[in-house]
Design a binder for this molecule. Structure first.
Ligand code: G3H
Ligand code: 13P
Ligand code: ZN
Length: 387
């Protein structure tokens, strides 16, 4: 049976490597998961690089798969299938409420994020501290957030919300949390910045630098870690591939690799990646269904249903049930929605979906391997976590 670890030993190994290599920091990738082939892809990418890693499931992912214990079981099976039972992997709840945190702690997750960032600071701190008490009793790590992610539209840069670095040591001291999401100008999704936005103005790496310096000053940097949400890079070739096969994505723009590296060198130890994987998976689905194997839908009912969503024959909805233009679909859960979740949680080998799911797995693995090796600088760090 595979074993999960909290995020603390992973982030600590990255912090130690950063201290040993001044000016060339290290961080850990946290990748969102929604179905089995995606879990295998993340694990395969980590293994190829010898990197430790975090697999995270949002509340939406838990809902999609019918609960935290189903996600936990799915990830453990993927680890066993890849013979990674003792590999340093953390299973983390992304953007949880207090209720989902407790559910995930009781369902075998090794880490949770309690996102009280919409609440006033003092209530945020009180609730986060409560979750820390419950989680730490079971060896589960906790990430908090305050401030809120920036939403930068078109060229309106002022809308971004930035963390106050002076409050970072205070938040850690008052809550006992292990990690804190700091907001320095990134946001979720494929359209992070309008085409006219000057990233040197919007992305304030100095927020990270000052926050990290505060941790060092209080001697907290080996037990309290900074997290960067909204870190997808949105590769242009993937967007082009989606659009070449019927997609209609416009003005997609992510965080450039050099900015992630700057954030890493400034002190971020966990980077969250969801959208990059969604886009890669969507590119693979579109290419397979529209270009490489359009006849598959005649013999594979689940893929026929997915294609019906892309074709607009079945209404495309987002995870909250709101309508989406089929050309703008980027969330696999939208086109996988009509498919039996049981099938999506299972190993795809030996099914009619094998070829596509193998492509999905390899696409995810290649991107994860690239990021952990070239950008996060945590390749080869798995052994340091085990030690
Ligand atoms: O928080 C954002 C992550 O990308 C998860 O997104 O809630 O759509 O699963 P989700
Ligand atoms: P992206 O949308 O940039 O992948 O951000 C993911 C994230 O922050 C998950 O919590
Ligand atoms: Zn996030």
């Amino acid at each position: 049976m595979a074993k999960l670890v909290s995020m603390v030993p992973l982030l600590k190994a990255a912090e130690r490597r950063s201290q040993e290599n001044p000016g060339n920091g290290s961080s850990i990738g946290a990748f969102n998961v929604n179905f089995y082939a995606q879990a295998e892809g993340i694990l395969e990418g980590l293994r190829r690089a010898g990197a430790p890693g975090i697999i995270q499931a949002s509340r939406g992912a838990n809902k999609f798969q019918g609960g935290a214990s189903k996600i936990q079981d799915m990830v453990l099976r993927a680890m066993s299938s890849l013979k990674m039972d003792n590999y340093p992997v953390c299973l983390h709840l992304d953007h949880g409420t207090p209720e989902t945190c407790v559910d995930c702690i009781n369902s075998g997750f090794s880490s949770v994020m309690v996102d009280m960032s919409e609440e006033p600071l003092e209530r945020n701190i009180a609730v986060t501290a409560e979750i820390v008490k419950i989680a730490h009793k079971k060896g589960v790590s906790v990430e908090g957030e305050y401030g809120g992610l920036g939403g930068v539209e078109e060229d309106v840069e002022q809308q971004a919300v930035y963390s106050n670095p002076l409050l970072v040591p205070y938040f850690f001291a008052e809550t006992g949390a292990d990690a804190l999401a700091v907001t320095y100008g990134t946001s979720h999704g494929p359209n992070k910045f309008g085409p006219e936005v000057n990233l040197d103005h919007v992305l304030r790496i100095e927020v990270v630098e000052k926050s990290y310096r505060g941790l060092v000053a209080y001697g907290l940097n080996e037990k309290c870690f900074l997290v960067g949400h909204g870190s997808s890079t949105i590769p242009k070739d993937i967007v082009a591939e989606i659009n070449a096969n019927g997609g209609k994505l416009k003005d997609a723009r992510g965080v450039p690799l050099e900015k992630i590296i700057a954030g890493r060198n400034a002190g971020i130890r966990k980077f969250n990646i969801d959208t990059d994987l969604r886009l890669g998976i969507t590119a693979e689905f579109r290419k397979y269904l529209y270009k490489d194997n359009p006849d598959i839908v005649k013999k594979c009912e689940p893929l026929r249903l997915a294609k019906d969503v892309f074709d607009g024959k079945i209404a495309a909805k987002d995870k909250d049930g709101k309508p989406v233009d089929p050309g703008k679909l980027t969330d696999p859960r939208s086109y996988l929605d009509p498919i039996d979740r049981e099938i999506l949680r299972k190993d795809y080998r030996g099914t009619e979906m094998e070829e596509l799911m193998t492509r999905v797995k390899n696409r995810v693995a290649a991107h994860v391997e690239m990021l952990v090796t070239q950008v996060f600088n945590c390749a080869g760090l798995a052994d340091a976590v085990k030690a």
